[in-house]
Design a protein around this ligand. Structure first.
Ligand code: ZN
Length: 134
């Protein structure tokens, strides 16, 4: 899932989900502001920062805990996979955007470890498989 694998279908799906999200009353202005600024869907809060998935496939991570508003933008496979697999819990339609497991992929080491069912694996981004060259 390189950046060129992000298709207009991916972009439209994010925009669709985002349009629905805007209709839900939200008390946190930083979420709405970041969503508008980056055309990005709020995904989840980790310990210090909020993750967003942009309609262009980028992952935007904004500090909310310390209030600095520091923002980092990522376009790598692992961050995007992590945002998608985490986001599926909240937005089931994101399942349509998950990368297909290549035929020559291998299981990640997290497969079969119960606690890893509840967190996003830092090795595979929650996909449970790795590309042979990873
Ligand atoms: Zn894994």
């Amino acid at each position: 899932m390189s950046i060129e694998d992000w298709t207009p279908f991916h972009e439209e799906t994010i925009k669709d989900i985002l349009r629905e999200w805007y209709l839900v009353p939200n008390t946190d202005p930083i979420l709405r502001q970041t969503a508008l600024e980056f055309d990005a869907l709020p995904i989840f809060l980790d310990m210090w920062s909020y993750w967003f998935l942009g309609s262009d496939g980028s992952v935007i991570i904004r500090d909310v805990e310390l209030g600095s508003g520091d923002t980092a933008i990522y376009t790598d496979f692992l961050k995007r996979a992590s945002a998608l697999t985490a986001g599926v819990r909240r937005y089931p339609r994101l399942r349509l955007l998950l990368p297909q497991r290549p035929r020559d992929a291998v299981d990640c080491g997290c497969v079969g470890i119960p606690i890893m069912e509840r967190v996003v694996c830092g090795t595979c981004g929650g996909l449970r498989w790795l590309q042979p060259n990873d």
